[in-house]
Write a protein that binds this ligand. Sequence first.
Ligand code: AMP
Length: 171
Amino acid sequence: MTESIERLIRDVPDFPKPGILFKDITPLLQDPAGFRETIDILVNRYAGQNIEKVVGIDARGFIFAGAMAYQMGCGMGLVRKQGKLPWETRAQTYELEYGTNTVEIHTDTVTEGERIVIVDDLLATGGTMGAAVDLLQGAGAHIVEAAFIVELDFLKGRDKLSTEVFSLLHY
Ligand code: AMP
């Protein structure tokens, strides 16, 4: 079932820098059946779990989270890169190989006890999702799961996450 999705993930060597094998999801997005199947798998996974909000991570996570939220009949929240959100924010900084990165949410993104799923396209080292989890848990959300299209198993990102983790594809 996921083989047809896997065929739509394009490997781009040395992007954005030498030594990185970039997993490009744009062929998947451009394929009507593949995109629909991807969203259907995720939506079916969370059916009956009383999910109240799907939170997407800037930027490719938004694509999947938006489609899921629409189909699941729930709201969508945003975890954004620093400086993009116009209102009151809460920020979390995390370590990169060189330097740090910061993500933000609006302080009203989730309510106390709200059941959410967080979605991003890819789990690598887990820094980004770890920061998102800290922010949303800190804001009182009940994180049912962190969901990804692709997980790079060898980077062991899931070990950094205190939540349940689901990925459609593993490399
Ligand atoms: P990390 O914080 O290391 O788990 O990195 C995850 C974030 O970086 C996600 O938002 C991904 O979109 C992006 N990312 C990291 N590594 C890759 C890769 N090899 N291919 C595509 N996207 C990547």
